[in-house]
Design a protein around this ligand. Structure first.
Ligand SMILES: *Cc1c(COP(=O)(O)O)cnc(C)c1O
Length: 366
């Protein structure tokens, strides 16, 4: 069986270093807000090319803490609108709602999956304060155009970079384009911890400071609570694991791109639409997503032939029970994508013969 994502094999590559990192934390006697978190924050800020990184509990919290930070700083008001792509993972939208803000869903581009900057104007109202572009499947949104639009309309930009660690346009990586960015280190992400973890990146020291406080019970000084905070901290153990895995992120991204290039070159089936990629660094292939109008049949055929493929995502957010208020919205492209998308296996531990098997099974499907 070609597994969709073999996390055990991915982490096994670094087993000795991960064990050493765990031992270091266990023996330190210090498990929350210590040296490992501080070093990881410095190293990840440097990787992204920003001045500030705040480790938090998970990716969802990274998004909502950034929004709450702006609210505390008086830059966004409760009830303001946030423009967000309709075909994102639901976390982006839940974080907006959780912060007391209003998500305004925007259609993606059918070919690229991401929200085109051209679709922003129609979503703009006097209530719009934030754009939340999502670098879906690992591909950077057209950030130069989004930033230009945001500057023209005095909007804040919060990147949801949960799927796109390391994706870059020119030498500017995800996490350094917006006013702030949210990352997830959920185990299955390209930079994955061995549990839940997340981070906020920004060049804005004031935002980093307030987020650090909100995430720690609204406290900078022990037992003094300046704002009504939550508990969402990156722990020492996860930070120590992430410091090991960050060293290998670029190597793993190259391996993912090499597999994507083979798929793009060799999968030839008129019933399978391949993603477009200009061979630039803008895509880190967290997922390799194809489309087919017989998607369920393709998935079943792959499975019969020993290949696990997955759907990201089967139900669009506006059709979820959690977002009942949005059920009547007309988002035809988003709905079409959710019927057609299928993610083929792609990971740094896939062997050449597994890649060849995926290609030949896709080509033999009719
Ligand atoms: C994974 C993910 C999140 C949430 O991250 P968690 O760490 O699971 O909370 C948010 N947005 C997107 C696009 C994601 O893929």
């Amino acid at each position: 069986m070609v597994s969709f994502l073999d996390l055990k094999a991915i982490n096994f590559q670094y087993r000795d270093e991960l064990m050493e990192a765990a031992a270091r934390v266990i023996d330190s006697g210090w498990y929350i807000r210590g040296a490992e978190v501080e070093l990881f924050e410095q190293e990840f800020a440097h990787y992204c090319g920003v001045r500030q990184c705040v480790g938090v509990g998970n990716g969802l919290d990274a998004i909502s803490l950034a929004l709450r930070g702006w609210i505390e700083l008086g830059r966004v008001d409760i009830g303001d609108e946030v423009i967000v792509p309709a075909n994102t993972y639901i976390a982006s939208i839940l974080a907006i709602l959780e912060s007391g803000l209003v998500p305004v869903l925007v259609e993606p581009e059918i070919r690229g999956f991401n929200m085109p900057a051209a679709n922003l104007a129609s979503a703009l109202t006097e209530k719009t304060r934030v754009i939340l572009p999502v670098h879906l499947y690992g591909e950077l949104v057209d950030m130069p155009s989004v930033m230009e639009f945001a500057q023209a309309h005095k909007l804040l930009v919060l990147e949801d970079a949960a799927q796109a660690h390391g994706a870059a346009v020119g030498d500017r990586r995800s996490g350094s384009w917006g006013d702030a960015a949210a990352f997830s280190f959920y185990p299955g992400k390209n930079l994955g911890a061995l549990g839940d973890a997340g981070a906020l990146t920004t060049n804005d020291a004031e935002l980093a400071d307030i987020v650090r406080s909100i995430a720690n019970y609204g406290s900078h000084q022990k037992y003094q609570n300046d704002v009504r905070g939550v508990n969402s901290r990156l722990d020492e153990l996860q930070a120590a694991f992430l410091r090991v895995k960050l060293k290998y992120l670029d190597k793993e991204i190259s391996q993912r791109r090499a597999i994507a290039a083979l798929y793009l070159q060799h999968i030839q089936n008129s019933s399978i639409v391949l993603p477009s990629w200009d061979r630039s660094a803008s895509h880190v292939f967290h997922l390799f997503v194809v489309r087919s109008d017989r998607r369920d049949e393709l998935q079943a055929y792959l499975l019969e032939n020993g290949i696990q493929a997955a759907i990201h995502y089967p139900i669009p957010p506006h059709k979820q029970g959690a977002l009942a208020k949005y059920h009547d919205m007309q988002l035809p492209l988003t709905e079409l994508l959710h019927e057609q998308v299928l993610s083929l296996p792609i990971s740094p531990v896939m062997t050449n013969s597994e890649v060849e098997k995926v290609i030949s099974v896709c080509n033999s499907w009719c």
